[in-house]
Ligand binder design. Structure first.
Ligand code: SAM
Length: 505
């Protein structure tokens, strides 16, 4: 058996693959089931637009806004709508480091039709801007930064390091030239040791199951981990009184320093992350990060940001949402106490997305059509219109109606999502196509799926859905090309048995 080599989490293959997975852009959100509904909801957009409006009123000027790691661009679209409703004057730059996402932003009506909203390809680790900005929006971006996992116990500091080995019996299969190829352990190791070409990115959705992962704790020194001295300063103040597990990333300070190079005198960063306000919030290293498929999320230690801010003469404010692993943090150069108190008021409410999440669960649990209708009625009586426009809420209702074979209702709710998110709402496209097929509208289903494929050609399930439509239409040429495209792009759970059908066509 190979000997175990433990590396820091930030240097591990797990973080490397997680980062690579984002290269897949929109597909990644759906293939790895990355939650985005609450962070790109009207509810959160309204909250941020209120904060920006407060800031703009305080400065009494138009505000330059940059959103980093904007993901599917939906938050930006909603935030600019909310700002316009509030008569706030602004310029908004939507940025991402994935080219396909930026190309998509450029197709959004808000970007095409207004000269104060623009899109730009930008890596937060290395960027230049033409203009200084006042407001930086970073939603679930800092929690993708590479971290070390640290534990402090009776005055000592430890690091949890990880060993990742490819299992002896691991295999990964894929199709090339209509032939099934299977890699074993040594070929998987070679694949992992080299840069991943674009056409092999789909394999990431299946590679995790090949790993044997183990963790071990090693003693360490705060000063070796953080050259700025922030970690050491915090450690000296806390380590003797408490025990706990937390994360640390050198990238946090590098990103903050770099953002500060591009700001106006008066600025504000709005952070929303999987984050903790205390060093002893977690007691086990496993709680300090989360995972969606191959994508990892690491807790952001907001309590260390307080130290960063006090060293740099900045203010740090944060929410303390109860029963939530997610918190909002504000970093600002504005010292005005009234402004800060008004900002803090925004945190005295429930976390955005919480209410709608509770009602979504209720709807998901409905075991009859009557129970489902009653839960929907109940939710509509309580939730605001912004909350009722939540993606997962609407999608869950559509899924329930599908279960109860009410296909017209399925289509009604999915059309609400499609009107908002367009055909980039990939699972809404798939479910609507299935409902259309059930109702016999095959041509409409085909048109819908083909429009989605044109925008997002690398989502395997769209090709599979097109194959099903083609089969019902008896269009064998479309069935063949759809299955070929399916196997070229296949992500999780490949349907290898369909390979035989290609051979028969
Ligand atoms: C968890 S998603 C959050 C997306 C969006 N802000 C949201 O809340 O739904 C993280 C996003 O950060 C982007 N990203 C990752 N590394 C980045 C980097 N170095 N610079 C800019 N964006 C990055 C990814 O492409 C991905 O869209």
């Amino acid at each position: 058996m190979a000997s175990l080599t433990y590396t820091s989490f930030d240097d591990s293959i797990l973080h490397h693959l997680s980062q690579q997975s984002w290269r897949r852009g929109m597909v990644n959100f759906f293939s790895e089931s990355i939650p985005f509904s609450f962070s790109s909801s009207n509810e959160y957009a309204d909250l941020v637009a209120d904060m920006i409006t407060l800031f703009s009123n305080h400065l009494n000027q138009s505000i330059n806004i940059v959103e980093y790691g904007a993901g599917n661009g939906i938050f930006a679209k909603k935030c600019v709508e909310k700002l316009a409703e509030k008569d706030t004057r602004f310029h908004y730059l939507i940025t991402e480091n994935v080219p396909s996402l930026v190309s998509y932003f450029e197709t959004l009506a808000v970007v095409k039709e207004s000269n104060h909203i623009q899109a730009k390809l930008l890596d937060i680790n290395d960027f230049k801007l033409d203009q200084p900005f006042h407001v930086g929006i970073l939603t679930y971006l800092l929690d993708t930064c590479p971290v070390k996992i640290l534990e402090f116990q009776t005055g000592d500091l430890y690091e949890w390091r990880v060993s990742v080995l490819v299992k002896e019996d691991a295999t990964v299969s894929f199709v090339t030239n209509n032939t099934l190829v299977t890699w074993n352990k040594s070929e998987i190791e070679t694949f992992l040791s080299q840069p991943i070409p674009d056409d092999q990115l789909p394999l990431l959705s299946r590679i995790h199951e090949c790993f044997d992962i183990s963790w071990k704790r090693f003693q360490c020194e705060a000063s070796d981990i953080d050259a700025t001295g922030i970690l050491e300063e915090w450690f000296e103040n806390h380590a003797y009184q408490e025990n706990g597990v937390f994360t640390f990333s050198n990238a946090w300070w590098a990103i903050m320093d770099s953002l500060r190079h591009h700001v106006s005198d008066k600025f504000m960063f709005v952070l929303y992350d999987f984050a903790s306000n205390r060093g002893n919030y977690y007691q086990s290293y496993l709680e300090s990060f989360g995972q969606f498929g191959i994508c990892y999320f690491y807790s952001v230690s907001f309590f260390l940001f307080k130290y960063y801010c006090s060293r740099n003469n900045l203010q740090f404010l944060s929410s303390d949402f109860s029963e939530s692993d997610n918190q909002i943090g504000i970093i600002t150069s504005v010292k005005n106490k009234v402004f800060q108190e008004e900002l803090t008021q925004f945190f005295n409410q429930d976390e955005p997305g919480k209410h709608v999440y509770d009602y979504t669960l209720l709807i998901k649990q409905a075991d009859s059509l009557d129970a489902c209708l009653s839960s929907i009625r109940k939710s509509k009586g309580v939730l605001t219109l912004d909350q009722q426009s939540d993606y997962v809420y609407l999608f869950s209702i559509a899924l329930k109606f599908f279960e109860f074979e009410c296909y017209d209702q399925v289509i009604y709710y999915l059309d609400t999502i499609l009107a908002d998110y367009g055909v980039q709402s990939l699972n809404a496209v798939l479910l609507k196509s299935k409902a259309l097929r059930k109702e016999g509208f095959l041509a409409d289903a085909l048109a819908l799926v083909e429009a989605a494929i044109e925008l997002t050609p690398h989502f395997d399930l769209l090709h599979l859905e097109r194959a099903y439509i083609a089969k019902e239409l008896n269009k064998w040429d479309i069935l063949k090309t759809s299955l070929e495209s399916y196997f070229e792009t296949v992500l999780a759970n490949p349907q290898w048995h369909l390979l035989d059908i290609i051979k028969q066509l």
